[in-house]
Design a protein. Structure first.
Length: 539
RNA sequence: GCGGCAAUAGUCUAGCGGUAGGACAGGGGCUUCCCAAGCCUCUAACUCGGGUUCGAAUCCCGGUUGCCGCACCA
């Protein structure tokens, strides 16, 4: 068994992860998070919110999992996620229909019918099949679609960010490798809308001297880069992106990923979506699976907003005032309504409008002929006035650019599990410990009575357990088996602290606190236990 | 999707034509109570469907699922 097998075995056995639909035979690409897994995942998500919602001041929204067909036509998923495929009738190999000639490149055999393969799950909204919907293949689109509302919510103050944590769905052809490629998975994405003319970051100064392992697209290998240098030398496209690469780094370190198994790889030119200005993947080195993408951090430019603008016809632009209004002088035509009115009656207004459209700069002292409803109308020189006017242009309407960190939480969950997994020998016995960071551990503390003077100790330990739970801690109580066995049970599910009620407790109201990682012990007064735990757990 | 390999208690595994065995985990009991001790006891499995055979966990065919390779992975 390699580490992957060991981790998955433990995960199954102790209630972290179960293959879905087991009693019906199971289906690849779906996993259930069991009681401990769901808790661990929630803790990871909450920590993510601490970084992005609390730390960065972004806001979380929640949009439907089902999207309309139009959304994915705009986003490009409908065409890029639907491949025409053909099967060779002799060797049964599948090919992209648009990538091959009329004979099989492998064996030269005949092709069968062309069929469509949808990477998006299709469904129908309402009765009948008139309105097609798709399960979203990413959480991002919901945030783009809400752009006009968001812009108003943030009172047009740039930059602003919005996040979404939720399920996304892709009907993968062959899901593999446990949590790495799922058909239903959890994403945490942030969309940060920024001024395309200013991709500096207000807090870049705080991070510019930090050093990360970068693997730029032209490089042969990953190496250490100071962020300021990477931006200056054009390795990372801009400060804003660099800041978010670093934020991703901090988060991944924050869930316990070890630094030497973490790198940022820039997408190759042909791998990068055509609209992206720059894109980096945070990759984690896993034991069996190698370097696996966990997070994508991209500068998506104005692609998404433009695309939705085109399909929806909604205005997804924003008015960007210039620092100084631009003053332009030009010659303008001013219609003389006192003459036009009586002369043209009901058409006068339209004639005046048409006049104002004419570029007056080239006009001499002459009559103007304009066309109105197919008829030529001649306006004599006294019907208008040409004046020099000053005009102020205060800004322009543009589409904002988008910086998008996109996290695959299931993959990160697995990386956390693998990173926490340790086995060691203690007095000839194998000890398996999940060294989750205390703030992520699914169970925060387990209360154990020594079982010598059973009833008395039990009474106290149950009361302590009860009390800790009432005060908001995730606490277990275990009274079966020897004390050593019970410690090991907690080690295996990563409970950072065990609290043991022993004989000394009866004398001085203290308990033993036992540390998961070192197995060291400490005495703590019962009335100080809760505060002690809160501080040690870092919550 | 294709190809190769595989599938036995909660977990890991033995058995490879003739009564399905072990280890760990779990429940109960005795004993012990600060690191998976010991003893007794209980619970618990042949992935599914066909076929061959007197008899199939075992051989054959198919489905399902998993692992590996190919393909796929905006």
């Amino acid at each position: 068994m390699d580490i992957y097998d060991e981790v998955m075995e433990l995960a199954k056995r102790r209630g972290f992860l179960w293959p879905s639909f087991e009693i019906y035979g199971g289906t690849a690409g779906f996993y259930d998070y069991g009681p401990l897994g769901a808790r661990l995942k929630r803790n990871i998500e909450d920590l993510w919110r601490k970084f992005y919602v609390v730390g960065e001041g972004f806001y979380e929204i929640e949009t439907p999992v089902i999207g309309l067909e139009e959304i994915f036509r705009a986003s490009g998923h409908l065409s890029s996620f639907t491949d025409p495929i053909v099967e060779c009738e002799s060797c049964k190999e599948f090919f992209r229909a648009d990538h091959v000639e009329d004979r099989c490149p492998v064996c030269g055999g005949e092709f069968g019918e062309v069929s469509e393969f949808h990477l998006m799950f299709r469904c129908f909204i309402g009765p009948g099949s008139k309105r097609a919907g798709y399960l979203r293949p990413e959480t991002a689109q919901g945030m783009f679609i809400d752009f006009p509302r968001l812009l108003r919510f943030f009172r047009e103050k740039l930059p602003f960010g919005v996040v979404q944590v939720g399920k996304a769905f892709r009907n993968e052809i062959s899901p593999r490798q446990g949590l790495i490629r799922l058909r239903e998975f959890t994403q945490a994405e942030a969309e940060i809308f920024i001024d395309p003319h200013d991709k500096s970051h207000p807090r870049f100064d705080e991070v510019k001297d930090e050093v990360l392992i970068l693997f730029p697209q032209d490089a042969d290998e990953a190496s250490r880069w100071k962020l300021a240098d990477a931006v200056e030398q054009g390795i990372i496209a801009n400060e804003f992106l660099a800041y978010h690469i670093y934020l991703t780094y901090r988060f991944l370190i924050g869930v316990g990923i070890s630094e030497d198994r973490l790198r940022f790889r820039q997408h190759e030119a042909d791998e990068m979506a055509h609209y992206a200005a720059d894109c980096w993947d945070a990759e984690i080195l896993l034991d069996r699976l190698g370097w696996i993408e966990m997070v994508g951090i991209a500068d998506r430019t104005d692609y998404d907003l433009k695309a939705h603008e085109e399909v929806s016809k909604a205005d997804l632009g924003v008015f960007m005032p210039y620092r100084e209004p631009k003053v332009i002088e030009r010659m303008a035509i001013k219609p003389n309504m006192q003459l036009l009115g009586p002369r043209f009656k009901g058409s006068a207004k339209r004639i005046a409008d048409a006049l104002s459209q004419i570029d007056a700069g080239s006009l001499g002292d002459q009559e103007i002929t304009i066309e109105l409803d197919g008829e030529a109308v001649t306006l004599t020189r006294d019907m208008f006035e040409i004046t020099r006017v000053k005009e102020e242009i205060r800004g322009e309407k543009i589409n904002l650019h988008v910086i998008e960190p996109s996290y695959g939480l299931d993959r990160i969950f697995y990386a956390v599990m693998e990173g926490a997994f340790f086995e060691e020998e203690v007095e000839g016995e194998r000890r398996v410990v999940m060294r989750f960071l205390p703030n992520l551990a699914p169970i925060q503390v387990c209360v154990l009575p020594l079982l010598g003077a059973r009833d008395e100790l039990l009474k106290i330990s149950r009361k302590i357990h009860d009390d800790l739970r009432k005060r908001g801690l995730i606490a277990e109580h275990d009274e079966s088996g020897t004390i050593g066995r019970r410690y090991r049970r907690q080690d295996e599910i990563g409970t950072p602290f065990c609290v043991t009620v022993d004989y000394e407790t009866l004398e001085d109201n203290t308990v033993t606190v036992r540390f998961r990682d070192t197995m060291e012990q400490l005495r703590v007064r019962i009335d100080e236990l809760h505060a002690w735990l809160i501080s040690e757990l870092g919550i």
